[in-house]
Design a protein around this ligand. Structure first.
Ligand code: AHR
Length: 326
């Protein structure tokens, strides 16, 4: 009788230890609930933007993050209202892609006062105030403009051009990609005496506006145009049919330079109707989730996170470009 009771005692102790450890793990999980991330997206103006939203949703799933996603339908006031809702909801981290650079100070001060860290995704803001945001995760737009300009200089050399007349269709006025893609391109070509910019026109990153802008540029300059530098694929894809309707062959009569490198533009590059596409990757979701988790854990993060980006042109074997996924 004595032996079994001793065994029972040891077994009970073991069960208590195992059960106790289990309880500890459950308590830990209860103290570490899912990260709640509020994200305000600009809208769905381009294949790039749609790919960016999809990537963020997928990565939230992969990282087990609860995502409150709001689409601002291209309006800054909708983004500001969304950020206020995130604050009221007491999310852990706020992220947003600012449609333009100015006008965020008040709402970001409210987020700061509520103790909620803010991550900028894709685009930057302009502010005099310190500490409103923690970091920006997005492309080096200036470098994209530099790559476009360097390509143009090489192309002009290879064609032996003595004068190069450029029209530029820009993205949304006062947005980071618009300002930086223009600055990088202009800084790169400015010392080349052959280069002349006939006009820069606001295409708002939209396909319909790309077509309108191209019609107007063709009316004003016709066959004087040697180069169309367009700040995104959407506007380029809008401009191409207008060039063709006017009787020109894009890619031969005019050099076409685009940015984004979505599948449609790469297909047209392979056909020879676009000459160069600089990549701007929309795949920022992984960095966003990892950064948000670090902020929730009270860790520090890098102030600027640029993804690696590629460059595609008629200088390479375009047939070997793998599917783009956006
Ligand atoms: O901010 C990134 C830009 O916004 C992309 O180039 C464009 O396609 C999108 O609308």
């Amino acid at each position: 009788m004595r032996k079994p009771s001793k065994l029972l005692f040891i077994l009970s102790c073991l069960l208590l230890i195992i059960f106790g450890a289990g309880c500890g793990a459950e308590n830990e999980a209860a103290n570490d609930p899912k990260l709640l991330l509020g994200f305000s997206q600009i809208g769905a103006e381009s294949a790039w933007r749609i790919g960016n939203t999809r990537d963020i949703e997928e990565q939230a799933g992969n990282y087990d993050v609860s995502l409150m996603l709001e689409d601002a339908n291209q309006k800054q006031e909708n983004q500001i209202a969304a950020i206020r809702r995130f604050i009221a909801y007491k999310v852990d981290v706020i992220a947003f892609s600012p449609i333009v650079e100015d006008g965020w100070d008040n709402v970001l001060l409210e987020a700061k006062n509520a103790g909620i860290p803010v991550i900028l995704v894709d685009r930057d803001i302009s502010t005099e105030k310190e500490g409103l945001t923690t970091c920006v995760i997005g492309a080096d737009f200036y470098h994209e403009g530099v790559m476009a300009g360097e390509y143009l200089i090489r192309k002009a050399d290879s064609l032996g051009l003595s004068q190069v007349n450029i029209v530029e269709i820009t993205g949304t006025e006062n947005s980071t990609p618009m300002r930086q893609r223009q600055a990088g391109f202009m800084d790169t070509i400015k010392d080349d005496k052959r280069m002349r910019v006939l006009e820069s026109i606001d295409g708002d990153f939209l396909k319909s506006r790309g077509a309108e802008c191209m019609r107007s540029l063709l009316e004003s300059y016709g066959d004087k145009i040697d180069v169309v530098y367009s700040h995104n694929d959407e506007m380029t894809l809008g401009a191409l049919p207008e060039i063709e309707k006017a009787g020109y062959v894009p890619g031969s009569d005019m050099i076409i330079i685009s940015i984004d490198a979505g599948q449609k533009a790469i297909d047209v590059l392979k056909e020879g109707r676009i000459n160069c596409v600089v990549e701007c990757t929309p795949k920022l979701g992984k960095e966003l989730m990892e950064t948000a988790l670090k902020l929730k854990a009270g860790e520090s993060v890098d102030p600027v996170i640029h993804p690696d980006e590629q460059f595609f042109s008629d200088e390479q074997d375009t047939g070997s470009i793998p599917p783009r996924g956006y």
